[in-house]
Unconditional design. Sequence first.
Lengths: 489, 485
Amino acid sequence: MNAELGLLAILVLPVAQAALVLACARPPGLRDAAYILSACAIAGVAFFVFNETAHGAQARVVLARPLPNVDLAFALEPLGAMVALLIGGLGLLHAIHSAGFVRATHEKSPARLMAFMALTSACALAVAFSANLFTMFVAMQALTLAAFPLVEHRGDEAAGAAGRLFLAVLLASSIGLFLPAMVWTYAIAGVLDFRPGGVLGGLADPVSANLLLVMFVFGIAAAAVPPMHRWLMASREAPSPALTSMYALTVLPAGCIGVFKVAAFVFGASGLADARLATQALIVLAGASMCVAALVALSKQDVHERLAYTCLAQALAAVLGALLTIPAGLFASALQITALMCSAATLLMASGTIAAVTGRTQAGAYAGLGRVMPWTLAGFALASASMVGMPPFAGAWAKLWLIASSSSVGLVWAAVLVGLAAILTFAHLGPMAANALSGRAPPDAFIRPDGASFLLVAPVALGAVATLSLLVFASALSEFLKPVWTPMP
Amino acid sequence: MIGEVLETARAHAPLLLVTTPLLAAAFVLLAPISRLNWAIGVAAMAWSAWLVLDATARLLLAGASAGAGASPLALEGIGHAGAAVLACAGLAVMVAAGANLRDFGSRERPLALALGLCVCSGWQGAMVAQDLLGVFLACETAWLASVGLAALGGERGALNGAMRMISAGAASAAMFLLGAALLMRGTGVVRMSELPLAQIEAPISSAVGVALIIVSLAAKAGLAPFHAWLPAVAGRTSAFAALTLACVGVVGALAVMARFAAYAIPAPALGESVTNVLTALGVAGVAIGSLQAIGAANVRRLAVYAGAAQGGCVLLALGLGSPAGFAASLLQLGALAAAGIAVLGGVAASGCKLNLDGLDGLGRRAPVSGAAMLVGALSLMGAPLTLGFLGRWRAIEAAVGVDLWWSAGAIIAASLAAAIYAGRLIERLYFRRSATPTPIQHDPWRISIFPVLICGALVLALGVEPSMLLRVAQAASHQIAGDAP
């Protein structure tokens, strides 16, 4: 298999996974086996693609040319390969956990749920590997449409309203802001291709550059920069595995990747310098919103709601890094995306396991659960530590680079905001994890007589191990991602 | 022998475009077997479509000149592209008629088919007529046939719609005649192709004349705010009539507007008036059509209001006055016709109730019709990789090209509104279950689902690989620009 075939395979396999799961919907054993085995295949191909990229392989797949000079195309590049590895690896853990969850909770239409989660993975991978703005726009639209059934999965009135809000925010911002920004970019630069160093640098006048940056950042509503974050809260109505998929693997990370790509490949350092005013304003907005989100999370008792705000704060940190206009900022953003995906996946899977076997969904009800579910709550605690930014977990390196890069461009206040958000994150996750581990074991903790199955516990524990990954790989990742911020000659 | 016949046919393609459907209508009225009638109608429209597509391929893609000479009927530029869209839409409507004519009694079926053919003939005639009176006669033929088709069946609601059509049509005809008279008096020319070179002696009366003609055609296209007849007809008339009026009638009137505008805009002292009127109508069409589509509770009304909003986008693109704007408007016309057939044809083929709740779960109960309607709705929304997206993109690009940002904003606003009403359609099709499941009426002839499916497939295929379509649209619009002084 060469790199081009690998790229095609990583994009097609999740779609095939969705089709396979629907085809093997019954019996449940066959369905789960199909889902997990195809997730294994995706993880394998993702590793292959990552390895090929690390060895300097280049590939470009053009599917169509729907507009003059604009292809529907995907390209192999380091950022995409990194995200593919994360989606592939964490996706395998998530597939195992989802199989355990739907069995434990007797979730309705499990095959449909799994199929749409696979489709959202395909769309997130398409965003990651998109070779130009048009392809990213198409992939974002497809991601929205694929994630919508996950939000509406429960089928009741609340889920319907949440689904409509989800669709309205993501589609309206995409059509109303992203599309015109894309046309405008095309009118200015004549191309929509992603190029290290950007395509707009020196071509757009300051007013256009500022407006374009604002339109792109708010147009990519999946990144949840306020006030476009309402979809994130609406999607709480989704079942737990779908939430893990949307917050940790697909929609929210895809939004961060989208903003990253726009900052690095459309604007570049010189383009962002032209849009100085908008850049500064957006950094203020992202930094302040990060703190507010972490503060709001403190007031939420529902664990899913609290984790939604936690994920929002972490995603905004990634956006902040991408807007810093320097390589260190982009690296910090890439680290933050990695940390977000690993930590959020672990936290959400852990909360899903707890809800499935104990029925507990309130933060106060977690006290003492560590005594009866040690592996799950240990995973929860480690992932919380990573979210907070405690060394040696993934979040620590990301925060460190964010603070260092903010300071190096003279934005000391941005560094302070990152630190403040970390403290507030500790305030809403730390005591919860500590109570869960140190409190007295609750009587009759389990609503299921057999407790948590291996399928529900193992992915959480392995996810927690993944949060340690950057301790080993941060330096190598820096080398790997260097082409992202090195302008082409 | 066959080659000679084809060459003769090619030489007289404009005449055959008008006469073939008319002759077929006469045969249909005489033939006693309904399946034979249907076959005659389909054959006539297939022949028309072949003629115009062949002519389009030869003249536009081969780059040959399409001089009209002194002939009263000729195919040129915008007329080519518009006639191609109309002939293809007419063919799709005729094929679907195999099932849709079941709404009529056995005595009414031949008449309905004949009237449908007259509608196609009329609008195709308006695309090839060279002088304003020819255009008027062709439009009125199509309009009166449309009124007859809407009234057929004799139900009170349908008759009410037909009465509204007569009132609107009479006002529209009067405006057209008055406008044509003022234009002739001001410019001294009758043939539209002479307008760009005309010595305009009375610019004000000429401008008023042009405006009256455009408003008259807007009323026939059912564009807001002259669309009072459209919902009454769409909601209550037969499936065949609704499909014919929405996909041939509305598209035909818009195509005639595009053709007229292409001649009038390059004319000295007229261009600004034309673009102003088109833009004002476009904005009104987008705003009112979108709002009404969002509030519609009947799927056919939703489709025609959506058509009115999309028609507004067509006029906004025309109002840019540039070749790029004209090319975009032609693409949007094609997208409108295809999406209309996919949505309205899908509703007709599935036989579901016309209230929006009749669509609940239709995607599962009638998967083929549901899929076609999904694609149609996505195209209306302007989703990427559909024909609708291509039209929107080109229109926005053209607006940005001439620095008319607010025009681009209006087109984007139309897309946003479309996301709401088309999103509602999709949600009902696939994300709701019917509270009271109604049995789906299966088509008596399965072939009737083909045009709906083909339109859905075309919307996707041309959205993914549009190079041929873009060449046609570009060639059509540049031919007009090239003829201009």
